[in-house]
Write a new protein. Structure first.
Lengths: 181, 431
């Protein structure tokens, strides 16, 4: 029984460590979801941004490779929360998609609630993205810029959590089986 | 008169006058009304004559195999028979005039026309009047109201183009939104979903655009809803110009020689596609943006790019795309006044509140040394959520030197800065 408890504690530690690894070691969190492709093969992307950095609002979000990775341009359906607007990429000369907050009341303020609704459609499947391709920069109200890197796909967090729970239950079942043998 | 003593021979003066007259006549065609007037005056024998006689000088040319149009491209006899879309100066600065043709037999006797009535603002309402002109018309008589797309979508333009706001006067032409031939996400109404038109472009003279199918910098762009390769009528789409030894006109000519005059006829329909192709190839070589017959010193240039800039610690995001016909003098390129094809979007993050710059209309643009430019024009300026201020006079200065870029969007006297700053890297491309 002692061994089992020890093993259980170890498992919880493994799960906690997994979650820490899954969560970016940054003050702010950018996640995204992707829906099913439509008839034209375009996947709907939706970014969420959580400002956890004390005292600075997020007033701009840049998808660094808007054209070269996602084929976005002036004709792309790009959406944003109220009070925000965007500057689309220009194929061949301006790669970035930029969302900016023109209404000071719509800035992303430090809180525990993410702001979603930064959307675009692309024929690029999220599963085909390589590390560094979905590069995000955040612009703060003091005109500083932070290179955030790749946002986290939201389902992966849930899948990781589920996998850890399944692993725990499996281990417990295995130990229980050994105990009764 | 000072020219006269220098002219040797009596034949040179009429030639000079004829050349000037031709340029003057072409320069007048910036609207559907002017095109109809030209057709009535010239009475072209067929569509190729219309292309020779009634196209304005200075248009940029896009050749695309897009089939997403009532005037679609097609492939017959292993020949690419594309759409040819002209992007010409309109009736005023900030307005464009867009006649287009197709070499595909079934629709090759029509000119589709788009005429801007207001500058294109991003996410703005449709602002293009459209027309459909069959050439030659009965008795070679063209009536404006017969060719315009009027209330009730009489020419069915809105089968592909999104309808704009209803006109104030029911007898006025209805408005439609332009479809971008280079759009990565263009949504023809009839299709019901978006398609990527970029890989269909097989040739272009637009200074800031690329026929992506030619260079294939990004093979992923060849993927569309129809499959992994762009194909039209079962044939792969390939880069190809109208003129030249390997051009489309040569292929058509060779096919007609090999297979007979009816080689491209479809269901009993025929069209003078060889003559039309040659007329449009000749237009591109001699009358399109940067070409005007024997005139020297003309060019077709552009500036494009943007990014994140800093001015006194304040950030701005900027995106611009300027192009047009130029006259060169030493190290200076002067764009044709009021004919500049311009898009500029900028946001100054000064907090609070920021300033947006949009709907830019340029009246002048001068480039010095190939790496610095000054433009004058107007823009819509919006500070925070305040009401947008329209037609505000602006000055745009751009430079790229020693690996650094800068742009400033200011009032003409420079006392008010709307957006801009400097940044590391070559963020603007002077073409």
């Amino acid at each position: 029984m002692k061994l089992e408890r020890k093993s259980l504690r170890l498992n919880w530690l493994v799960m906690a460590a997994s979650l820490i690894v899954a969560t970016p070691v940054r003050a702010d969190v950018v996640t995204f979801t992707v829906g099913e492709a439509d008839a034209g093969g375009y996947f709907p992307y939706d970014l969420s941004v959580l400002d956890q950095q004390c005292c600075l609002n997020i007033v701009g979000i840049i998808v660094t490779h808007g054209f070269t990775v996602f084929d976005l341009d002036m004709t792309s359906p790009i959406g944003q929360p109220a009070g925000w607007n965007y500057i689309p990429p220009i194929p061949g000369s301006l790669d970035s998609l930029t969302w900016y907050d023109f209404d000071p009341n719509a800035a992303i303020v430090p809180s525990d609630t993410p702001t979603s609704g930064f959307t675009f459609e692309s024929q690029t499947a999220a599963t085909s993205l390589k590390p560094g391709q979905f590069d995000i920069k955040l612009i703060y109200s003091d005109s500083s810029v932070k290179d955030y890197g790749d946002p986290v796909p939201e389902p992966s967090f849930i899948i990781l959590l589920c996998m850890s729970i399944v692993f725990l239950i499996g281990r417990k079942y295995l130990h229980a089986g050994r105990g009764t043998r | 008169m000072s020219l006269l003593p220098r002219v040797r021979g009596n034949w040179l003066l009429p030639l000079l006058l004829l050349t000037l007259e031709a340029r003057f006549a072409c320069a007048q065609i910036t609207s559907t009304n002017a095109l109809v007037t030209c057709l009535n005056n010239q009475k072209p024998a067929d569509i190729s004559n219309a292309a020779m006689l009634c196209l304005p000088q200075g248009c940029k040319v896009t050749v695309t195999m897009s089939t997403f149009s009532a005037q679609p491209a097609c492939n017959l006899q292993n020949t690419q028979l594309p759409r040819i879309i002209l992007n010409c100066p309109g009736t005023a600065a900030g307005l464009r005039f867009r006649p287009s043709f197709t070499l595909c037999t079934a629709n090759a006797t029509r000119i589709e026309v788009g005429q801007d009535v207001l500058p294109v603002a991003r996410d703005g309402p449709g602002n293009m009047q459209m027309a459909d002109i069959t050439v030659p018309a009965a008795n070679n008589a063209y009536n404006l109201n017969d060719v315009l797309n009027l209330m009730g979508d009489t020419k069915k333009c809105n089968s592909c183009h999104v309808a704009g706001p209803a006109p104030m006067n029911p007898t006025d032409p209805i408005l439609s939104e332009p479809l971008d031939a280079y759009g990565a996400h263009t949504q023809p109404v009839s299709l019901g979903f978006a398609v990527n038109l970029l890989p269909y472009v097989i040739h272009t003279t637009e200074p800031n655009k690329t026929a992506l199918v030619a260079s294939l910098p990004n093979p992923r762009l060849k993927v569309n809803f129809a499959g992994p390769k762009i194909a039209v009528d079962g044939q792969d789409v390939n880069a190809q110009a109208l003129g030249g030894g390997a051009g489309i006109c040569t292929v058509i000519s060779n096919t007609l020689t090999d297979k007979g005059a009816m080689a491209y006829d479809v269901d009993g329909m025929s069209a003078p596609i060889k003559a039309l192709c040659q007329a449009l190839a000749s237009y591109e070589a001699n009358q399109s943006c940067g070409h005007n017959g024997p005139a020297v010193g003309l060019g077709c240039h552009g500036i494009t790019g943007g990014g994140l800039f800093t001015n006194n610690g304040v950030l701005s995001s900027v995106s611009l795309d300027f192009s047009g016909q130029t006259t060169s003098n030493d190290n200076t390129l002067t764009y044709d006044a009021n004919k500049i094809d311009a898009t500029l979007l900028a946001f100054n993050y000064a907090d609070p509140p920021g300033t947006q710059v949009s709907t830019v209309v340029l009246s002048s643009l001068v480039v010095q040394g190939g790496n610095s430019a000054t433009a004058m024009g107007t823009a819509t300026i919006q500070v925070g959520t305040a009401a947008p201020m329209t037609n505000i006079a602006i000055k745009v200065t751009i430079s790229v030197t020693n690996g650094n870029s800068s742009i400033m969007i200011t009032s003409p006297d420079g006392t008010t800065t709307y957006a801009g700053g400097s940044a590391a890297g070559n963020l603007f491309l002077f073409t």
